[in-house]
Every structure is written in C-alpha cells, then in structure tokens.
Design a protein around this ligand. Structure first.
Ligand SMILES: [Zn+2]
Length: 344
C-alpha cells in the first residue's frame, strides 16, 4: 500500500475534515513507523525502535481553535515525508472535527467538560466523541505498560486576550507534587505562565493525569483565528520543543524561573440571576486588581479582592446558576512548590 493512500499530500487535517464523523480504520507503514488510523482524527504512530516515551498531542477539542491543529498537522506532514524522525510513541487527536468544520467551539456541549466519564451523563456528538477519545487514550497507554514517561499536551487557543499570551493549566496534583522537568519543558516551549489547578475537573488533561499518571497540561497558545489565518511563527518555540522531543526522545530544558506561577485563590460561582462581574467584557486573562475591589456581586453575595495583585482568569458570567464564572488566581513562587523530582 503506497504511503499516500491514507492521506493525500500527507494532509491528516484535510483528510479528517473530509471525514468528520467516522472513517475506515487503516494501518500502513511509513519511514519505518507503523501508522494506525483508528478512527477519524485519531492517529497512533509507533516508531521502529523501542521507546519509553508515549506522547499524546490533542488539538481542536474546541473545534474553532485552529492554530494548534495546523501546527500539529505540519509536524505530521514532516514525519510522514521523512523530514522529521519520530523516536517516541505518538498519538495525535483532532478532538472535534465536526465543530472544526462548523467553525464553532462545540456543537452541543463544551467537550473539555466531558472527560473522566462525564460524557455518560450527556448525549450528542461531543459526548460520543469524548468517549471515543478516552478509549483511544486507554489503548495507547495500554500498549506499553512499562513506559515510564507518559505525556499529554492538550493544545488550545482562546477568544479572550491574556496578560500572559501563552500559559498552561497544571491539573490538580492531589498533593503528589509538580514536575520541574515539565516546567522546564513549558519554559522551553515559550510559555509565560502556569496556573496550578486546585481541584478535580472533567477536563481532558486532568483525566489523563489522574487515570494514567501522565504529565498532562491544558496549554493555551494565544488568540483564536480561523483556518488559514494563523501566524504559525507565533508557535515557533513549542514547535521546536515538540520536534526535539519527537526526534531526540528528550524533553528540552528552558529556564523554569522564567515562567510565572499562579495558584487558585477562589473559584467564583454564579449564585443568582442578578449575578454580575464588575469588569469589562474585554478584560484580559490574568488582569490583576487592588485589594478590596468588588469583583463580583449578586443579591445574595459579594466577592472582594483579598490581596493586591490577585487576578481574574476565564471570566464568564453567562453561565447557569451554580456554575463557575471565573477563577481568582494569586502569584506564587517556584520555591514554594513541592516537586516530584529530587532537586538536589
Ligand atoms: Zn479551548
């Protein structure tokens, strides 16, 4: 079977968008790697040499976040053409091809709230897709149970601007500690900030971290643009760090202290219909406030800033009562964290 059978022009993205709901599973061999197209947008690549590193790259979990999809598609083209040597196991997931075709974040439900089995409580295309993605992850991590480095980077872009253009959300660690090697990798990837999550969630990265012990991150890489309008040079750092990881099977090391670290001070919850956030609709993520500023209020409650510099992230008051309207975050230091590795 010629290698161009699966994807004309080695274009996995075009093939996925042309087959958004399902496709025939295919197996083929390219440049010494075995490719398993397991379902639409679900591509596993096994390198010819044994490896202890298994990397999941997921993109387009929100369908309109096209920049990372194009970034990863270009890397795949280079793997398929032989321009980029692959020496780790790789699972590429284009999360929501139907909503990507529609140019929408999602069709029915925000898919990044449907993992860790949360999909069971819903119906519709995102619930089914979240189930399929979980099964793909399970198969991928089951192949090599001895692997000692499981990685998952879930790449996104945002509608809202950010004081820190590129940042990662570190899933809640349940007290286990953080990885300095991962923070160095994020620094090498050009990330400006890391937010330490404070509780279990139903996001994709929390799921792979909690269930499979992967080093997992939700990675925000800047602003949303439609297909074809992304300036991929803005992703140059993470492009080169991921390519180094794939070809050298080592995590590049940046200066971890260049990454600002934030912890969650408060999760704001909408408690009444008259709930408002006292900020403009265009306020950027990580905008900081002065102590005593009244950030949110309703007929039932009032939230005032506790400490100068506390900042808002992911603000959105347009949610049902009982749901999150944003996170108040506070700068912290690397020195205050406990790490998985012995730092000597
Ligand atoms: Zn997103």
């Amino acid at each position: 079977m010629p290698s161009h059978f699966a994807f004309p022009n080695n274009d996995f993205l075009a093939y996925t968008l042309a087959n958004p709901v399902a496709c025939e599973p295919q197996v083929l061999s390219v440049n010494g790697c075995d490719l398993y197209l397991e379902d639409t947008g679900i591509l596993r690549i096994e390198p010819s040499q044994p490896t202890k590193t298994s990397l999941v790259l997921s993109v387009g979990v929100h369908g309109n976040e096209t920049g990372p999809i194009e970034l990863i598609n270009n890397m795949l083209k280079d793997i398929l053409s032989g321009a980029l040597a692959l020496n780790i196991r790789l699972l590429v997931l284009i999360g929501n091809p139907v909503s990507a075709n529609a140019g929408k974040r999602f069709i029915d439900i925000n898919m990044n709230r449907l993992f860790s089995g949360a999909w069971k409580k819903f119906e519709g295309p995102e619930a089914l897709r979240a189930k399929n993605l979980e099964q793909a992850i399970e198969r991928f991590y089951a192949v090599n149970e001895q692997d000692n480095l499981r990685l998952h980077y879930d790449l996104h872009t945002a509608i809202r601007g950010s004081e820190y253009e590129k940042f990662a959300v570190y899933p809640y660690d349940h007290g286990a500690g953080y990885s300095i090697a991962q923070l160095r990798f994020l620094a090498a990837s050009g990330l400006d900030a890391v937010l330490l999550s404070h509780q279990p969630t139903t996001t994709f990265s929390y799921y792979t971290n909690r269930v499979f012990g992967a080093h997992s991150f939700t990675v925000e890489l800047g602003k949303v643009y439609p297909f074809g309008e992304n300036d991929l040079s803005r992703f140059a750092d993470i492009d080169s760090s991921l390519r180094q990881l794939m070809s050298m099977s080592t995590l590049p090391e940046g200066n971890a202290s260049s990454v600002k670290v934030f912890s969650v001070e408060e999760a704001l919850i909408k408690d009444a219909e008259d709930y408002v956030l006292n900020i403009g609709s265009d306020v950027k993520n990580f905008t900081g406030f002065d102590k005593d500023f009244c950030l949110a209020q309703s007929s039932l409650s009032k939230y005032t800033i506790k400490s100068d510099g506390d900042a808002i992230i992911f603000p959105n008051a347009n949610v049902p009562i009982g749901q999150r309207t944003g996170l108040v975050v506070r700068p912290t230091t690397l020195e205050s964290l406990s790490f998985l590795e012995d730092l000597g």
